[in-house]
Write a protein that binds this ligand. Structure first.
Ligand code: URA
Length: 238
């Protein structure tokens, strides 16, 4: 691929801006300054630098963030900071999007990508990607509540029933379960429907990808490994 196009595709700037950077000698490949905007390079495993900042060429990006509280999943947050504040300009220029959403007060695993097909695959209602939550509740959790959650609950203004699976009671006031859909405030509404309330919500797993394996502190993010992306892509559909 031509060097100016490579830089543009990686979010470095407009084609014109990238051409200027190249002509002004700010771009290196394998330590060598390249001033020919039309020079072509194989992009697989390509590393380059702009103003001495190193980059690895990525055709598409798949990112995991350990989301803290008080961040909104929006480019234009209303009352808090935006989850996009964690990322450098190059990634924002690639127009990364959140894969689903977490409420501003929910913590944990949140994915981002600029791959529209991947985004669709993981968020389409017919694709069943399990999302696992650790839930702290206001009232002591009862067996009846667990049974109702497992059987499925109707939610106001939503079609169908919403059931939890892989339910484990961790403590008197703490539960972990998975849901396969993702309607607005789903976990909070499910707990409310069984006469309990969510005090704190934390997502610790999506599909087979766990926050633990990523080893991210709150507010930290990383690129996903290709094998993790592959695992996430293997979702069932109905
Ligand atoms: N369900 C909720 O109620 N909130 C979230 O953030 C995620 C799932």
């Amino acid at each position: 691929m031509q060097l100016d196009k490579i830089l543009q595709s990686q979010g470095i700037g407009s084609r014109k801006h990238c051409q200027q950077l190249i002509r002004q000698g700010h771009v290196r490949i394998d330590g060598q300054v390249i001033m020919d905007v039309k020079a072509k390079f194989e992009t697989t495993d390509l590393t380059f630098s702009v103003f001495a900042q190193d980059y690895l060429y990525r055709e598409q990006v798949y990112i995991a963030l350990n989301k803290p509280q008080n961040y909104e999943c929006s480019h234009r947050p209303q009352q808090h900071l935006s989850v996009f504040d964690f990322f450098p300009d190059e990634l924002l220029a690639r127009n990364i999007q959140t894969v689903g959403r977490l409420d501003q007060d929910t913590t944990g695993l949140l994915l981002f990508t600029d791959d529209g097909q991947f985004l669709h695959q993981l968020t389409h209602p017919r694709k069943h990607v399990s999302k696992y939550y650790v839930i702290e509740t206001e009232n002591e959790i009862t067996q009846t509540q667990i049974e109702k959650l497992a059987q499925g609950i109707s939610l106001k203004n939503e079609k169908g029933v919403f059931a939890a699976h892989s339910i484990t009671q961790l403590e008197a006031y703490k539960l972990r379960f998975a849901i396969d859909q993702g309607v607005y405030h789903q976990v909070k509404r499910m707990l409310h429907a069984v006469d309990n309330e969510v005090i704190h919500l934390h997502r610790d797993q999506i599909g087979q990808l766990t926050l633990e394996q990523l080893d991210l502190a709150m507010g930290e993010w990383c690129y996903l490994l290709p094998e993790d992306v592959q695992l996430l892509k293997q979702v069932e559909s109905t």
